[in-house]
Design a protein around this ligand. Structure first.
Ligand code: HEC
Length: 266
């Protein structure tokens, strides 16, 4: 048995010894070649500690009130006032002037041929009796005064009313110059004349559009063979061309006489 143990022990101790030496040599017995030195990297300074801002205090608790719901948006349409409405049928002195001066039929004598031009100034053939009095024109036509019956088949009652409006109201239209919005222009004057034979009764004056009645000398009844005036100013409410009218109603006209007004709003 010792024979066997001894060689094993010896061999084992040799193994132990040689292993121990090899270990010692590897662990520093032989220093070996030196490793290259590395410069020490300076440690990064830690970021400065920022004092944390205090949290904002929570808003005080308020019982939530429901937002009032906005009313539904409806585009506002201005109500038309009576002033803004022109009658469907009016007596138009500008049209009356055309009928008085321009022949409706070639070769036919017309008013201006027998009564002369500018009846506002000249009373040829007693034309002034027709001022604001359509009755006297129609009577002369129906009674064929001076051969005037030819007009019975040419002109209508509306045409004669337009001519009476032209004869009695001067000028036939009023034009205002450029006027800044919101300001009032200087006044312009309409002259209303009565027939040489009859006065005006139940006269009413109305304005339509951005115009203002400044003054008038016309009462509701105006004596025959006389005149009165209506002063009107322009007061533009918007930019651009503004139109309107003076409406004159009275017993001598079948439809309101419309004196066209216009101006330029700046
Ligand atoms: C062919 C010529 C002639 C034509 C055209 C004519 N007239 Fe006359 N008119 C006369 C004569 C003539 C008288 C009478 C004048 C007098 O009384 O002195 C008269 C009278 C009148 C009178 C006055 C009536 C009165 O009772 O006092 C009126 C108003 C009149 N005419 C309007 C017109 C109108 C408007 C027209 C066009 C639509 C017209 N006349 C066309 C010849 C004419």
């Amino acid at each position: 048995m010792a024979v066997w143990i001894d060689p094993i022990f010896r061999r084992f101790s040799w193994v132990l010894t040689s292993t121990t030496i090899a270990f010692l040599v590897a662990c520093g017995g032989d220093p070996g070649p030196e490793e290259p030195r590395q410069e020490a990297v300076p440690e990064l300074a830690p970021p400065p500690v920022v004092p944390s801002a205090p949290e904002p205090p929570p808003p005080p608790l308020v019982p939530s009130v429901p937002e009032p719901t906005p009313p539904p948006v409806v585009p506002s349409v201005p109500e038309p006032t009576p002033q803004d409405v022109l009658p469907l049928v009016v007596s138009d002195p500008r049209r009356g002037e055309q009928l008085f001066t321009m022949t409706p039929r070639p070769g036919t004598l017309i008013c201006v041929d027998c009564h002369g031009e500018n009846p506002a100034v000249n009373n040829f053939g007693n034309i002034w009796s027709g001022k604001n009095a359509v009755f006297f024109i129609q009577r002369a036509v129906s009674s064929n005064t001076g051969g005037m019956n030819r007009f019975a088949s040419i002109y209508s009652a509306k045409d004669f009313a337009d001519i009476a409006a032209f004869l009695g109201n001067t000028p036939s239209a009023l034009q205002f110059g450029a006027t800044p919005i919101g300001t009032t222009s200087g006044a312009k004057v309409l002259t209303v004349s009565t027939s040489t034979k009859i006065g005006i009764e139940n006269l009413s004056i109305k304005l339509v559009g951005d115009f203002k009645l400044e003054s008038t000398t016309c009462a509701s009844s105006v004596p025959r063979f006389s005149s009165c005036t209506v002063s009107v100013a322009f007061r533009p409410q918007a930019q651009g061309v503004r139109t309107g009218a003076i409406l004159l109603n009275h017993d001598g006209t079948p439809a309101p006489i419309s004196i066209a007004l216009s101006g330029d709003g700046l």
